[in-house]
Design a protein around this ligand. Structure first.
Ligand code: HEM
Length: 407
C-alpha cells in the first residue's frame, strides 16, 4: 500500500480523462515527432499515457527496458494473447528465452562477417545499376528508384532467393506487420493483408521445394532445409522467420535511406562536407541513423511487476521504448537536433539493444554507405526538388513515401 501511494505521488500518471498522445506516436500522418518526445521527457521520462501504455523517452530508460528480459514483445502467459491465427508470433522478435536463442543461432550465419563481405560487390553493383538509370533524369524519386529496390534485392541475395516477386515483398511485409501489431485496419484491409502475406509465404515455400539442400550447401535456403531435416526447425516456423527477415530488413532500410539522404540534403553544409571528404562517410552514416531513425519505437509487455524510476509497471502492462526520443536525449547527445559527424553516435539505439538487438545492422550500414559514396561521387550537386513532401508516419515506422531530388 505504501508503495502504491508513493507511486501515485511520484509518477506522472496521466489523468484518465486527459488526451492520449499515443495516436501522435504510432499514428499515420506527417507530424514531426521530436517536439512531442522532448515534451514527454520534460514531463517524466517514464510516462503513463492516458491509453494505459507506458512511454519511455530517455536514453537510460529505453536502454534499460530493452535490456531487461522481463519485458517481451509477446504478452505474458495467461494474459490475452496477440491475435495471431496464422502463427506469425513464431518470429524471432516475439520469442523469449531458449526459443529466442535457438532462432538467433539459426539466423546468425546469414550475418557472419564472411557472408556480409561476399555481398559488398553485389550491393555496389546494384547501386551503380540503379544510379545509371537515374543519371539521365533531371529529377527522380529516390525512394521509388533506389530505396525501395536496393534492400529487397539485397535480402534476396542474402537468402539466395529469386527476386521475381520483389514488388510483393514490401506489401507482404507491411501487411504482416499490420496484422501482428494490431494496427487499426478495416475488415477488407485485414483480409487483403492476410492474402498478401500468405501469397508471399506460398512463394517462398514453392521456391524451397525446388532447392536441393546439398547442391549449394552454403546458401541460406539449403541451410534452412538441412535444419528442417534434422528437426531443428519446422516448415511454418522457417517460413514466418524468412518473412520476418523481409519485415525487419526491407521497410526499415528503405525508410532509413530516405530519412538519411533527406536529412543530409536539408543540411547542405553537411552534404558539402561529405562531397569534400568522402572518408567521413562511415561516421556520417552512424550519425544519420541516430538523427532520424526509421523505427521510432518498439513495443513490450511486462512479464512481471517491475519497479522502474519510482513507478511500478504491472505484469501484462505494455511499454513503448521510444527509440526516436532516446536518440535525441540531450544528456547523451549534445545538441541532439543537429547533425554532427564527429559525435560519438555509437550509443544511438536505432537498432535496438539487449537480447533482440538488430541482426542486420551491418547489412543496413553497408547499403547506405555504398549508396552515399556513389551519390557523392556521381551526383555531387544533388538537392531536394522544390515541393518535396514531408516524411510520413506508418505506425512505429517513419520515413518518406516519395523523395523527389534533382541535380
Ligand atoms: C536501417 C535498417 C534497420 C533498422 C532501423 C532496424 C532496426 C531494428 C530494431 C529497432 C530492432 C529491434 C526490435 C525490437 O527490439 O523489438 C531490430 C531487430 C531485428 N532486425 Fe533490424 N533493422 C534494420 C535492418 C535490418 C536488416 C537489413 C535485417 C536483416 C535482413 C534486420 C534483421 C533484424 C532481425 C532478425 C531482428 C530481430 C532480432 C531479435 O529479435 O533477436 N534488420 N531491427
Amino acid at each position: 500500500m505504501t508503495c502504491q501511494m508513493t507511486c501515485q505521488m511520484t509518477c506522472a500518471i496521466a489523468d484518465p480523462g486527459s488526451h492520449s498522445v499515443l495516436p501522435s506516436i504510432i499514428g499515420t500522418g506527417s507530424g514531426d515527432p521530436y517536439p512531442l518526445y522532448e515534451w514527454l521527457r520534460a514531463q517524466r521520462p517514464l510516462w503513463r499515457d492516458a491509453s494505459g501504455v507506458w512511454l519511455a523517452s530517455s536514453h537510460a530508460l529505453v536502454t534499460r527496458i530493452l535490456d531487461d528480459a522481463r519485458f517481451s514483445a509477446r504478452p505474458p502467459p495467461g494474459a490475452q494473447p496477440l491475435d495471431d491465427p496464422l502463427g506469425y508470433t513464431n518470429m524471432v522478435v516475439f520469442e523469449t528465452g531458449e526459443a529466442h536463442e535457438r532462432l538467433r543461432r539459426l539466423l546468425a550465419p546469414l550475418f557472419s562477417r564472411k557472408a556480409l563481405l561476399s555481398l559488398q560487390a553485389f550491393i555496389d553493383g546494384e547501386v551503380a545499376r540503379l544510379l545509371d538509370q537515374c543519371e539521365a533524369l533531371p529529377r527522380f524519386d529516390l525512394v521509388a528508384h533506389i530505396a525501395s529496390v536496393l534492400p529487397v534485392r539485397t535480402i534476396c541475395r542474402l537468402l539466395g532467393f529469386p527476386d521475381a516477386h520483389g514488388a510483393s515483398y514490401l506489401q507482404a511485409s507491411t501487411g504482416a506487420w499490420q496484422l501482428i501489431s494490431g494496427a487499426p485496419m478495416s475488415a477488407e484491409e485485414r483480409t487483403l493483408a492476410a492474402v498478401q502475406t500468405e501469397t508471399f509465404i506460398g512463394n517462398v515455400d514453392a521456391f524451397l521445394r525446388e532447392v536441393d539442400p546439398d547442391a549449394a550447401p552454403d546458401q541460406a535456403a539449403s541451410r534452412f532445409l538441412r535444419l528442417e531435416q534434422e528437426g531443428g526447425i519446422g516448415r511454418r516456423e522457417m517460413l514466418v522467420n524468412v518473412l520476418f527477415l523481409f519485415i525487419a530488413g526491407y521497410g526499415t532500410t528503405l525508410l532509413s535511406i530516405g530519412n538519411s539522404i533527406a536529412a543530409l540534403l536539408r543540411a547542405p553544409h553537411a552534404w558539402q562536407a561529405l562531397v569534400d571528404d568522402t572518408s567521413l562517410v562511415s561516421q556520417a552514416v552512424r550519425e544519420l541513423y541516430r538523427y532520424d531513425p526509421a523505427v521510432q519505437s518498439v513495443f513490450r509487455y511486462a512479464w512481471d511487476d517491475v519497479e522502474i524510476d519510482g513507478c511500478r509497471i504491472r505484469r501484462g502492462e505494455s511499454v513503448m521504448p521510444l527509440i526516436g526520443a532516446a536518440n535525441r536525449d540531450p544528456t547523451v547527445f549534445a545538441a541532439p537536433d543537429e547533425i554532427r559527424f564527429e559525435r560519438e553516435a555509437a550509443r544511438a539505439l536505432t537498432f535496438g539493444a539487449g537480447p533482440h538487438s538488430c541482426m542486420g545492422v551491418a547489412l543496413a550500414r553497408m547499403q547506405l554507405e555504398s549508396l552515399l559514396r556513389a551519390l557523392l561521387r556521381r551526383m555531387p550537386e544533388l538537392r531536394l526538388a522544390p515541393g518535396w513532401q514531408p516524411r510520413q508516419q506508418h505506425g512505429s515506422f517513419h520515413g518518406y513515401d516519395r523523395l523527389i531530388v534533382e541535380r
